[in-house]
Design a protein around this ligand. Structure first.
Ligand SMILES: *[C@@H]1O[C@H](CO)[C@@H](O)[C@H](O)[C@H]1NC(C)=O
Length: 205
């Protein structure tokens, strides 16, 4: 099992956001897709805290999918499906056999910073197709705002990401808002989290 120290620090805050957002919106068993599940620490915690949601983890990396499988086995989680390979930059028809309007929630934690613009487009195009009406896309990241990055620690973070891969970097909230708009969603809320992170909540119209 892989262990991310960051995921250990932020899962509780993320749970609180999800519980608040989901419990007030829906009154039935929900289906949630996680993009870029990574180690699997988040999805397991979410599943334990929110048994009214069936969680579908996904990751592009086999190593991550193996880790998620180990977490599922170790925790006997009943409401987490086996992880699937999903490359968000690919057309939604290739999103692990998901059908149109099948997801209540899509969540992407620390994915967009490590993504090219093409992948960000893929996330929003795919979410626009696979979310059902009133479904939610929730992204957690550190963002640029209208082309500006503040404070300097976030500028450093952005520079570090770009050194690792010139296509990566802090996603711009206003660019995402436009991507959402172009795919039948609108940005509904921006929730401030610790260490300059934010949750953005987009709703499919
Ligand atoms: C970006 O600028 C526009 C136009 O001034 C404004 O409406 C929007 O709220 C700004 N974005 C953020 C995230 O503050």
């Amino acid at each position: 099992m892989l262990l991310s120290p960051l995921a250990e620090r932020n899962w509780e805050d993320l749970c609180l956001v999800l519980e608040e957002v989901l419990e007030h919106q829906f009154h039935k068993q929900l289906f949630a897709l996680e993009l870029g599940s990574g180690t699997g620490q988040h999805v397991i915690r979410f599943a334990q805290k929110m048994p009214f949601v069936t969680w579908q983890p996904s990751d592009i990396k086999e190593e991550s999918r193996d880790s998620i499988k180990e977490y599922i086995a170790a925790t006997h989680a009943k409401n987490v499906l086996q992880p699937v390979h999903l490359d968000a930059s690919e057309p939604w028809e290739k999103w692990a056999g998901l059908s149109r309007n099948s997801c209540d929630v899509i969540i992407a934690i620390n994915l967009l910073q490590y993504s090219s613009f093409q992948t960000a487009q893929g996330v929003f195009t795919g979410a626009g197709q696979t979310l059902r009406q009133n479904g939610l896309l929730i992204t957690y990241a550190v963002y640029a705002i209208n082309g500006t990055i503040t404070p300097s620690c976030n500028e450093q973070l952005d520079a570090e990401l770009r050194r690792l891969n010139p296509e990566w970097g802090l996603p711009d909230i206003d660019v995402l808002r436009q991507l959402a708009y172009g795919n039948g969603m609108r940005m509904e809320r921006m929730i401030e989290m610790e260490e300059y992170y934010k949750c953005l909540i987009f709703r499919k119209l």
